[in-house]
Design a protein around this ligand. Sequence first.
Ligand code: CP
Ligand code: NVA
Length: 313
Amino acid sequence: MTVRHFTDLSSMTSQQLRAIMDDAHARKTRLKAGERSKPLEGKALAMIFDKPSTRTRVSFDVGMRQLGGETIMLTGTEMQLGRSETIADTAKVLSRYVDAIMIRTTDHARLIELTENASVPVINGLTDETHPCQIMADLMTFEEHRGSVKDKLFAWMGDGNNVLHSLMEASAQFDFRLNIAVPEGSEPVARFTDWSNNNGGRITFTRTAEEAVDGADCVVTDTWVSMGFEDKARGHNVFLPYQVNEKLMARARPEALFMHCLPAHRGEEVTDEVIDGPHSVVFDEAENRLHAQKAVLAWCLSAEKPALRNEAT
Ligand code: CP
Ligand code: NVA
């Protein structure tokens, strides 16, 4: 049986993603109704963090516990990984102890190497290139507030970063339109544009933030300086025309939502008036990390653990 990794939205079928999304909605409803089932009793999730986190860390920890499982929190620097033990060896060792691994790391290749060497599911908790769990939570949030995302118009402004890359993949998988406005030099990595274009995505790069937001159903932004990219950060002034403020937000549809994965840099990519205003659903997005990731965990762990590679069968 193949191991069910959750590495990227592009590595899943749209049917699998839809099933996980439906399960996330159902789990949230059941939790609010007081149901406490423990389908992952006896299972352990190892969580490796090579970068800081508040939401990912707490939502995976609480989510796994709500499902009856246990978690082990690891930081790359405190592991032998930080003393040059290879990712491959780490993957093989952890696979002997735990039932799944969640990793937040730098280079996307580290995530892929982990999946290639682990015999248990690996979940992407953010890399320099993508953040699929965030986008599952964001689309869940849109569906809760406005129904299906199909044919809706999302507008992204600011930096062409990991969250945008996953949103681009989602635009093809969930069939919504996506306008992107970023300053020159901050464009998303070409392979994400190519993948989306080749898989039915409807992405338009606009010259200005105003053009991107005109008539949008959802306006999305994120920090102008992602974790690990502090050295590359140019003057914030190049991003200023992409700040989501009330004037910009007013160009979107009256019922448009405002999304931000958090943490936010208030006064930079978004003003207080917008993030605390009537369009904003940022704390629903944060909550839905919990529900969406529980559905991801349940999907990954519903496959039986395959025999270890060098284990006699
Ligand atoms: N949005 C998000 O991933 O938040 P954390 O960095 O706090 O996990
Ligand atoms: N793009 C941001 C997302 C943080 C959750 C970063 O990588 O720092």
